[in-house]
Design a protein around this ligand. Structure first.
Ligand SMILES: Cc1cc2nc3c(=O)[nH]c(=O)nc-3n(C[C@H](O)[C@H](O)[C@H](O)COP(=O)(O)O)c2cc1C
Length: 236
């Protein structure tokens, strides 16, 4: 028997946006749906030229300790900030990943949606890379892989780093969010009583990995190992 399909339901299936009851597109961000096949333990790690290569080093080390395959793409400016901010050679840095690609290699595995991954994290994410992603500009393997991650409705986490922010930065963050990306500035938490810069960095990276369902067990968690026991209530 033929089941009629309404225009609204077709629209919702085709472009994966929310549709209001009256049929007008809602203004809320696109919904992320489950990928059709379970992803392997494999994450794309992008590094752009914002300050904070230490976030990428920390992520690659944590992911390696969990046997999660990492596919690394570093922009030219990312290589520049690496040389400014760390003692790591290019080879030593790239050696932290399972696989590394050249920034111009737009035919690499991660440039195709058929290459299954858990998604992509870009850390740190510069305002230039954010702008390219927000406008669909796949001008390098880094931005192409991000574009593919969004089109496949996979998780894309952007650890943006700049301050202060002007209106175009904010608009690009909004546009990226509307496309399904998660904008994740590495804002420190102080309730964990960090004792070192590495503690602060690890906390941000571990919270970003949480968004992929990856529990690095590298941080204390509120209500578990830190924070008030629920039965004590607030005693302030
Ligand atoms: C040491 C250093 C620190 C930088 N820090 C930032 C930053 O925190 N945020 C940012 O958006 N750009 C920063 N930049 C500028 C970017 O590297 C520059 O805009 C570059 O074109 C980004 O290119 P990419 O997005 O392809 O990596 C920094 C540059 C240098 C050399």
């Amino acid at each position: 028997m033929h089941h009629p399909v309404s225009f609204d339901s077709m629209h919702a299936v085709q472009d994966n946006t929310l549709v209001s009851q009256r049929g007008a597109p809602a203004t809320r961000p696109a919904v992320l749906v489950q990928p059709p096949i379970p992803p392997p333990a494999r994450l794309i790690v992008g590094v752009s030229g914002a300050s904070g290569i230490i976030y990428a080093v920390t992520a690659l080390n944590l992911l390696r300790s969990m046997n999660i395959e990492t596919h690394l793409v570093v922009s030219r400016a990312g290589q520049l900030t690496r040389s400014h901010e760390t003692d790591l050679s290019r080879e030593a840095f790239e050696g932290l990943a399972s696989v590394t690609y050249g920034i111009g290699d737009v035919g690499a595995a991660v440039s195709s949606g058929s290459f299954a991954t858990m998604g992509m994290i870009i850390l740190p994410c510069s305002m230039r890379t954010l702008a390219a992603i927000a406008t669909g500009l796949s001008d390098s393997l880094l931005t192409r892989a991000a574009d593919v991650t969004l089109k496949e409705r996979r998780r894309l986490v952007l650890m943006v780093r700049e301050t202060p922010l002007h209106l175009v930065h904010l608009r690009n963050m909004q546009a990226a969010t509307e496309c399904g990306a998660i904008v994740f500035p590495p804002v420190p938490a102080f309730y964990t009583h960090p004792e070192s810069l590495q503690d602060v960095v690890t906390h941000s990276v571990a919270r970003a990995l949480d968004l992929f369902g990856i529990d690095s067990q590298a941080i204390p968690r509120w209500g578990e190992t830190i924070g008030m026991a629920p039965h004590l209530g607030a005693q302030v």
